[in-house]
Design a protein around this ligand. Sequence first.
Ligand SMILES: Nc1ncnc2c1ncn2[C@@H]1O[C@H](COP(=O)(O)OP(=O)(O)OP(=O)(O)O)[C@@H](O)[C@H]1O
Ligand SMILES: [Mg+2]
Length: 323
Amino acid sequence: MRMATPTGNERVRDYPEEAVIRIEGLRKSYGKVIAVDGVDLEVRRGEVFGILGPNGAGKTTTLEMIEGLRKPDSGEIEVAGYDAVRETEKLKKIVGVQLQTTALFDYLSIEETLGLFADLYGADSSPERIRKLLEMVSLTEKAKARVDQLSGGQQQRLSMALALVNDPKVVFLDEPTTGLDPQARRNMWDLVRDIQRQDRTVVLTTHYMEEAEELCDRVAVMDHGKILVCDTPLALIRSLDVDATVLVTVEGDLDGTLEQLPGVDNVEREDNEVRLRTRSTQETITGLMGLAAERGVRLHNLSVRSANLEDVFISYTGRSLRE
Ligand SMILES: Nc1ncnc2c1ncn2[C@@H]1O[C@H](COP(=O)(O)OP(=O)(O)OP(=O)(O)O)[C@@H](O)[C@H]1O
Ligand SMILES: [Mg+2]
């Protein structure tokens, strides 16, 4: 597990299963729209926990209820021993919430913004503390810059620092890397791991399966207000019958025969591009080669992609995460 890093925290390793968040029977509707439809979850102390799901799955609504910002229709939420519905004031002191950057004052400098937020939280706003926060999110050089002079990735890092001003035990990040380029995304992942190493629990939402796979110790897959399944990325992927997806360009006609290949579960075609989901990569490829030779059909760009969280989502919903 990623928790047991050399710089990791001993207490986390001693009590790996201790729940810091407990949710039972959580429900929320907006008029006729059922946004969250009976969610039960447990988040363990010290983990990076991901809620993975497509647009409209109910991720933000769930997160905002756990943060104490939105009132559930029904259900119980306990965060670090506090009732998230009835003890929101106490909750505020121990959780950090990543705010949308649009809510910031463009005309303040980065350090002024951090100082302002620290004061609002009644937290330490000393120059040393602000310096430390800036260092943590690699914005030291930008201390005097104005918020509107930051790049997208820098603004995301600033909002991460703002989520940390009150030295929270639990940090909530709602789609922390949406809109970032791959390099900025990786920087953000490193930052999340740094936060985890400081004995904090991180709960984040994402619709990027690579992010969930790479960054999260455990992932809850959410769709239509429900948690479909929750486990480590590896356990989720291993639980599938699917071994891999074989991708190949077919020059010629193999219609109707691909489904019959050994191991094949599902066939998708787009012009000449074929995707075969298989339970047995070796048998499928051997069969495919034989079939192509028999029919005098040429194959190009043959590649194999291991099963991933996308396949987990497909197997539970029958559709792709991206659709
Ligand atoms: N304030 C609101 N009023 C009415 N309906 C809402 C409100 N907020 C969310 N919804 C609806 O509730 C459902 C869940 O929305 P939510 O924002 O929780 O999804 P999400 O998983 O965070 O999606 P995204 O990936 O797009 O951020 C959606 O159908 C959405 O349209
Ligand atoms: Mg959302």
